[in-house]
Design a protein around this ligand. Structure first.
Ligand SMILES: CC(C)(COP(=O)(O)OP(=O)(O)OC[C@H]1O[C@@H](n2cnc3c(N)ncnc32)[C@H](O)[C@@H]1OP(=O)(O)O)[C@@H](O)C(=O)NCCC(=O)NCCS
Length: 221
């Protein structure tokens, strides 16, 4: 059912200078290079499959940018890439996707994929600010399923964008989703490592296909 996802997520969603690759197929050990295989030895079955598929997708994106080598894991889980490339990946249960760009164009990229319905109300207090909860409460149940998933995904995508730049862990209530004219922004609620000031807004892109929500941020150089 998701085999045509890559075609659905058309180039309109990504500008030409972002390389992207999505897969509904799962990949195995053959997708890994030697050093990746070494670090994956200790993984359980699900993590191993996610890792293999993620590495496959990310390499599909970095290859056109001139890098097809090992993508190892850095501090707090960030993917380790050559200095001239920024890339990000995500898996939901159904699909995996990655994006990459040249650092001369983008300081950083962050992507996330979520399946609607997994962000339950009893988790809201950990994930969302009072303003976000008030916003969600103004919508009906079907809209809430989508919006709560979108808010969660936006926060995770933003985290993946900001961490490689700041080396700073940010918790969910430290950023807030703002919706302006049906567009989603992340507002920083704190100052981050001399890099970003409190109150800065980051513009996102969001794509929905059936129950899958894909969000990403691209910070221009
Ligand atoms: C890191 C995190 C965002 C990953 O999200 P997830 O839904 O668990 O998993 P996904 O499949 O979407 O993404 C996993 C990929 O994210 C990337 N990633 C993990 N940590 C990262 C980091 N610190 N910086 C950038 N990318 C990171 C990795 O490529 C990872 O895949 P890999 O381990 O196979 O290489 C999440 O586990 C987490 O720690 N969240 C807490 C912080 C947060 O989200 N704050 C929100 C407010 S900013």
């Amino acid at each position: 059912m998701f085999s045509n996802f890559a075609a659905m997520i058309s180039p309109i969603f990504f500008p030409g200078d972002i390389s992207y690759y999505f897969s509904a197929e799962r990949y195995g050990a053959d997708a890994l290079l030697k050093n990746e295989l070494e670090i994956a030895q200790q993984y359980g079955a699900k993590r191993f499959s996610d890792f293999c598929t993620g590495r496959y997708c990310m390499r599909q994106c970095t290859s056109p940018l001139g890098f097809s080598g090992d993508i190892l894991i850095g501090e707090r889980g960030k993917p380790l890439l050559p200095g001239n490339i920024t890339a990000s990946l995500s898996h939901s249960k159904k699909i995996c996707g990655a994006i990459a760009g040249d650092k001369s164009k983008f300081l950083s990229l962050g992507i996330d994929i979520e399946t609607c319905g997994r962000v339950k109300r009893d988790m809201w207090y950990l994930l969302f600010t009072k303003k976000e909860i008030d916003f969600l409460e103004r919508h009906n149940e079907e809209q809430v399923q989508f919006l709560a998933t979108a808010f969660f995904s936006l926060k995770e995508a933003f985290y993946k964008l900001q961490y490689p730049l700041t080396d700073t862990f940010l918790d969910f209530p430290e950023v807030e989703v703002i919706v302006i004219s049906n567009r989603f922004y992340i507002k920083l609620l704190r100052h981050v490592a001399g890099m970003f000031t409190e109150g800065r807004l980051f513009s996102s892109r969001l794509f929905r296909y059936k129950d899958e929500v894909v969000t990403y941020f691209a910070l221009p150089a």
